[in-house]
Design a protein around this ligand. Structure first.
Ligand SMILES: [Zn+2]
Length: 81
């Protein structure tokens, strides 16, 4: 895996690496219709900002990992390899 990964490997075990400013597409769209979110806080709960309406939410990390469909783009802190 040398190029930027834009998909989530379905069979990979272990925690999904998440970084600040990653932009993710979630399976569950926000009520505003947007499904693209930027990661704005990391911790036991993940802070997500809806890129469509700007709303900010806190979601349990496990729920975020489960709901991520793919990465739209990776933040500057994410490793590129
Ligand atoms: Zn929204």
């Amino acid at each position: 895996m040398t190029d930027t990964r834009t998909g989530v490997p379905s069979k990979t075990k272990g925690p999904l690496p998440l970084y600040l400013d990653d932009v993710v597409v979630l399976r569950k769209p926000h009520p505003c219709g947007g499904d693209t979110w930027r990661i704005v806080r990391l911790g036991a709960d993940i802070g997500l900002r809806c890129l469509t309406c700007g709303h900010r939410v806190l979601v349990a990390r496990a729920a975020v990992e489960r709901d991520i469909k793919r990465f739209a783009s990776r933040g500057p802190l994410a490793p590129t390899d």
